[in-house]
Design a protein around this ligand. Sequence first.
Ligand SMILES: [Zn+2]
Length: 623
Amino acid sequence: MSIPDDEVAQVRAATDIVALVSEHAALRRQGQRWVGLCPFHNEKTASFSVNAQEGFYYCFGCHASGDAITFLREVEHLDFADAVRMLAERAGVVLHETSEGSAEHKRTVELYEAMAKAAQWYHERLLSAPDAGRARDYLRSRGYDGDVVRRFSLGWAPEGWDALCQAIGLSERVLSDAGLGFVNRAGRAQDAFRGRVLFPICDPRGRPVAIGGRILPGGPGESGDSGAAGRPEPKYKNSQETAIYVKRRTLYALNWAKHDIVATGEVIVCEGYTDVIGCFQAGMPRAVATCGTALAEEHFRLLRNFGRRIVLAYDADQAGQTGITRVYEWERRHNVDVRVAALPDGADPGDLARTDPDALRAAVAGAAPLLAFRVDRTLRAGDLSTAEGRARAAESAIAAVAEHPDDLVRDQYVMRVADVARVEPERLRARLAQVRAAGRDGEARPERRAGSPGRRQGSRPGLEALRLAVHRPDLVADRLEEVLFLDPLQRRTFLALASSDSLHEAVSAAEPEVADLLRRLAVEEPLLPEDPHTDPADPVLVLLVREAARRALADLQAEGRLGHTALAELTEETVTVRRNLEDLEDQERRRAAADRLVAWLVTGRAGGSPAERARTQMTEPRS
Ligand SMILES: [Zn+2]
């Protein structure tokens, strides 16, 4: 099942990425690149770019990036191996998959098999075992008939200590690695789930990876009694994380919901398994739930491949508070539209689906943007009958508005608050500016409009130099040094390039943020001077060296102010660095000056007294 690396590389090389992408988005040629409307986000102007030669794509709008394999995975919702297989078939590459695979791979397969076996066994228990009668009664009382039980593969874990361990014959190691059991103090294998209704949690392909269990009403957890182990049993219990189960990347029921999410472009995010099932029963089979963890960025990354409208159907108080500022950020970064369903106070979607499914459907259909939900809730909670009450309500609402990163959005809400609270918009804008300024103290908040390219730009000369290193390594390979990159991301990106033989090697070995930047650089074209007498790399290198040398000089002067360097030495070093900086502006001298400054910077990082460095490195005669 595991595909050798060289065959993956062969598949990548044999794939025409332009042809592949063209099946999903129209591309037209522009210089060395191909551009078109991004298949991963809605846009009117083309920000999706493909480098056919290197086989990378990058979107300047939503920052999606990758190679042919990533592209196919994202558009077809496949895992890595399946995407490689599909591309191999297209390109006529024959794969020799090793059936044994790596040891790690083998263990992963064992875990999937164990989970599948256990989920099936638990499911059959619920359907037919005599001791599951109480569980079946409970589920019927919740309105779950046989169809629901089968559709969601619900299960029943019997009360015994080791019923599962005995029944499915797995090694103690596999049981515990899968989170299905553990070895107790007496040294015997024991089941992790006992006396619970079970909700298997699957990956998007439908393979069970974990289990959520609920104790029956009147059971030890529900009544507050102690469990058999002497501790109260929690009402809900979730599998621990395992090699195949990462909570922040898993959404309960996505495997069942994904078709309707794709069809409608909408996903309903709930808190619990029963909320999800309630939405399905109310005719909205596009609900998922986080598994005992807060909504995380990975969840957004996963969901945006299926649908762009994300409706949070949480308990009202919680929905207003869920990691607000991060949600705004993710909303922008992943180009999704996050909304909040206004459920009646105290109601959850599971209950509402039974008592008033129309109200549940109406709440989802009328879901408001997160900020609108918060502002309206704040205003409604205020006393709008008096001038003082309205001023206080406006003040609280403006505090919520201030957290939104987009100034155009903020201003729309200023108008809304002004209308409702009958306050002059100008007064609110002034107040908003104060709140924003106070929030900025100590933390720089970059102002960026939605849709503007680049999450973070960093230094422009640094980016330009990296672009050259990607496209024309021949020009800059022996002139770039780590110390020239002041921006940490750019520095890591340079190191990734410097330590690899090819761009592909660098991308595959790099951390995600660096790989993203490399792929983006691969679809951009470097700026080269038209003057044939100039070394094409000089203009960029001069900017880069100047920036780094000025920073180092400032550091040096700070050292001097702190008394760490003798004044005479400091003055001497400062003077030589300054002279070299001046020479950078001179056509004839700049190459030599740049080389001397780079040498000074490099040895500076290596240690030694700054003054000594200055004397040895900087005192060559001016050429
Ligand atoms: Zn895009």
